[in-house]
Design a protein around this ligand. Structure first.
Ligand code: ZN
Length: 177
C-alpha cells in the first residue's frame, strides 16, 4: 500500500513541477503538500490512501489535471477526497473563501484532516516566508482559517491542537495594523 503513496508523490511532483509557492523565496510548490503529509503523519495518520490524497490535494485546483485522470490512476476514494478539498475555481476569490467556511462541516473526516493540515502549513509559510502581504491581509487569512478549521474539528485531536498552537503564534507575531 505504500506504493500508492509513492505513485502520488511522483504524480504531484510532476504536475507541480513548474510552480513555486507564493512569495519572494520561490520555493518549489511540492514542498507544501509534503509538509501537509508530514503534519498528518506526525498526528498518527498513516492510511496510505489518505496520505496519497494529501500529497495530491492541490493538483486539481492548481494544475490542468482532470479528476478523470486522477480517478484512473488512484481510484475513487483518493480522487473523491481531493475533489472535496478542491475549490470551485469558477467562483471569485471572496466566494471561494466563503464557500470553504460553509462546506467545512459537510466534509468527510479524511477531507477535514487534510483541510486542517493545509491551513497549518499555509500559516507556517506566511510566518516563515518572505511575502509581500500586509499585516492586515495576513491577519485576515489567519481569522478566515480559524473559521474553516472550526468546521473541521474533532477528527484528530493532535491536528486540532497543532492548529490552535500555530494560530496563537501567528496572531501574536502579526499585530493589528
Ligand atoms: Zn494546499
Amino acid at each position: 500500500m505504500l506504493g500508492i503513496f509513492i505513485k502520488a508523490l511522483r504524480f504531484a511532483a510532476d504536475k507541480h513541477v513548474l510552480q513555486r509557492r507564493k512569495g519572494c523565496d520561490k520555493i518549489p510548490y511540492i514542498n507544501h503538500p509534503i509538509k501537509v503529509v508530514q503534519l498528518l503523519y506526525n498526528a498518527s495518520e498513516t492510511d496510505p490512501e489518505l496520505l496519497a490524497a494529501a500529497i495530491l490535494h492541490d493538483v486539481l485546483e492548481d494544475t490542468c489535471t482532470t479528476d478523470e485522470e486522477m480517478r484512473n490512476i488512484f481510484g475513487n476514494r483518493v480522487t473523491n477526497i481531493v475533489l472535496e478539498v478542491t475549490d470551485d475555481m469558477t467562483l471569485n476569490y471572496d466566494d471561494r473563501k466563503r464557500s470553504q467556511i460553509k462546506r467545512a462541516p459537510t466534509l468527510s473526516d479524511d477531507a477535514k484532516k487534510i483541510k486542517i493540515a493545509d491551513k497549518i502549513s499555509n500559516i507556517r509559510d506566511i510566518l516563515d516566508l518572505t511575502l509581500a502581504w500586509s499585516d492586515r491581509r495576513k491577519r485576515q487569512y489567519f481569522e478566515w482559517s480559524e473559521k474553516v478549521v472550526h468546521g473541521c474539528r474533532h477528527t484528530n485531536p493532535f491536528l486540532d491542537t497543532a492548529f490552535d498552537d500555530i494560530l496563537k503564534e501567528a496572531l501574536g507575531a502579526v499585530p493589528h495594523d
